[in-house]
Design a protein around this ligand. Structure first.
Ligand code: HEM
Length: 124
């Protein structure tokens, strides 16, 4: 299986997470429990599948420092998404900060993921 093919499933899961995220946002508060759980569980599945595929890809390539930096950025984005998501759903007074981080982190993760695939490309 080529490198790009290995990331089709996590890619599709990520896009579904975005779709359910926007849907959840538009459905207003209190959050729709079904949409919230679908959003959260697909996000979890996307992170797990992407992590497994990344670890496997890393077994066959030499990890350059820039690659490690990009992977750390993606990991931090994932942590930020889960923390802000949990805070927003726990009805904590997060102000706009949590939602702002929750909107920027996916964008940053996508940029870092494109860079990662570019660096891995042709070598995995
Ligand atoms: C890969 C991980 C995730 C991604 C990419 C993601 C992405 C998004 C996006 C794009 C939105 C719509 C924001 C907007 O209106 O512009 C959203 C909303 C939301 N997400 Fe996530 N999310 C992720 C994980 C999570 C997790 C794990 C939770 C819960 C623990 C969560 C809870 C929420 C909540 C509560 C909203 C609604 C916010 C609001 O508008 O009030 N998300 N998410």
């Amino acid at each position: 299986m080529g490198l790009a093919a290995k990331f089709v499933i996590p890619g599709v899961l990520f896009i579904l997470t975005l779709v359910f995220g926007f849907w959840l946002s538009r459905s207003g508060k209190p959050y729709n429990g079904l949409l919230f759980n679908i959003h959260k569980l697909i996000a979890l599945a996307a992170v797990i599948v992407a992590a497994i595929r990344t670890f496997n890809a890393l077994k066959i390539v030499e990890a350059q420092p820039i690659l490690i930096v990009l992977l750390i950025v993606i990991g931090l984005c994932a942590v930020a998404l889960f923390v802000t998501g949990a805070l927003m759903s726990a009805k904590k007074a997060t102000g706009r900060a949590a939602l702002t981080i929750h909107k920027i982190a996916p964008l940053l993760a996508v940029i870092a993921a494109i860079g990662t695939l570019f660096l891995l490309g042709g070598r995995a």
